[in-house]
Design a protein around this ligand. Structure first.
Ligand SMILES: Cc1ncc(COP(=O)(O)O)c(C=O)c1O
Length: 380
């Protein structure tokens, strides 16, 4: 069933289609049932908490990137909460420990710094270490956690065996929108570098970046890869923590044409923004599909679609349409639910910096301190 866009009175709006979300969740659930792996939602990619009851019907919980996401996971879903950050802060770690079932440290130094504190607050908490398998087929460094000088995860050289008595699991995350063969490559490197530790672990977390719900992804092969891995390692528990695969192609961003100007070509100014509302189109970069439109010049009327901000590069791309665009027409960007509004707010739930004034006498006054509520209330 497709959305009746006549219902849309106000733009811009992201519309998440629940049936499509549930279809993705069913695919992930099949993987859980047939491979024995547990799947948890990476909130960094999709955190629309009004859908959490539905998500909780299928998935085992959430993976959080810090205090705010951990709190959202606990309050909004209340299933397993795994929390990882490149580095934790003293003033947040106790609350994170209370909220989490599992804390994933990025380095042995963070583990040694905080292990006693978190165990004191939450004696049943599990601890793990994110390792860097030093192998990734990610095509761009921006999305490659194993790129040169990466801070993400502990390399084999930096793996201090003194951590072993304190950890229950190992995590890696080395994929970005990739298929099973890329995972197989990572697993090979992981087992080569860290294989001797697996028998001491309760679980191994394969991270995210599995493009599972994309058409053509070989789900059967993923199930087999997980089953084979578990067979090789005494049935160790396996986690996957996708974000994108949950939110993949489950909704749109609807915007309106505000004005059309001509500077060598027609440019439609929209009431949305690539920079503010669809940031990966610039960061990745990639070209979003627009409903009813084709590449430039394929159809009769070509426009540059542009955002309503001052950034010169706030441009979604050139698209062609069968009919001339008019002011007030709706432009529908496809697949805009993952990594969009989570970034508009506070990516990874990271706290916004406070705002302060410093007067002539050099006295500093904080005028705004952002809280968990600021994070949560900008989602839905
Ligand atoms: C540690 C970790 N886990 C899971 C994910 C989710 O990845 P994706 O949304 O690509 O599945 C990410 C994404 O950056 C991540 O850094």
């Amino acid at each position: 069933m497709s959305i009746d866009f006549n219902q849309v009175q106000e733009t811009p709006v992201y519309i998440c289609e629940l049936e499509k979300l549930e279809n993705n969740l069913k695919i992930l659930d099949r993987i859980q049932k047939e491979s024995g792996a547990k799947v948890i939602l990476a909130l960094k990619g999709f955190a629309m908490h009004s859908t959490f009851d539905l998500v909780a019907k299928y998935l085992h919980g959430c993976t959080a990137s810090g205090l705010h996401e951990a709190r959202l996971a606990r309050e909004g879903m209340n299933k397993e909460v795994h929390t990882y950050a490149p580095a934790f802060k003293h003033d947040e770690i106790k609350e994170i420990a209370r909220l989490s079932n599992d804390i994933v440290f990025n380095s042995p130094s963070q583990l040694f710094l905080f292990k006693d504190i978190v165990k004191e607050v939450n004696p049943s908490i599990l601890l793990s270490l994110r390792i860097n398998p030093e192998y990734s087929e990610s095509p761009v460094d921006l999305y490659n956690p194993c790129a040169l000088y990466s801070r993400l995860g502990t390399t084999k050289m930096n793996f201090d065996e003194e951590v072993l008595p304190y950890i229950d699991g190992l995590n890696f995350h080395a994929l970005c929108e990739q298929d099973v063969s890329a995972l197989e490559g990572v697993l090979k490197a992981f087992e080569k570098n860290f294989g001797s530790y697996i028998s001491k672990m309760k679980y191994i977390n394969f991270g995210g970046g599995h493009h599972i719900t994309k058409k053509g992804y070989d789900v059967d092969r993923l199930i087999q890869v997980i089953k084979d891995f578990r067979l090789r390692h005494n049935n160790v528990k396996v986690y996957l923590e996708p974000g994108e695969a949950v939110g993949w192609q489950i909704g749109v961003l609807v915007s309106s044409v505000l004005d059309i100007v001509d500077n060598g070509m027609k440019i439609a100014i929209l009431d949305t923004s690539a920079e503010a509302h669809m940031p990966d189109t610039l960061a990745m970069p990639y070209r979003a599909e627009v409903r009813g439109a084709s590449e430039a010049n394929k159809k009769k009327y070509t426009y540059k679609l542009a955002g309503n901000t001052c950034l010169a590069g706030d441009i979604m791309g050139d698209y062609s349409f069968d009919k001339e665009l008019k002011i007030g027409d709706k432009i529908i960007f496809e697949d805009q639910i993952h990594y969009t509004f989570v970034k508009n707010t506070t990516f990874n739930g990271i706290k916004l910096p406070s705002l302060a004034l410093c007067n002539k006498q050099n006295i500093l006054k904080i005028v705004k301190d952002f809280t968990y509520e600021d994070y949560k209330n900008r989602l839905s």
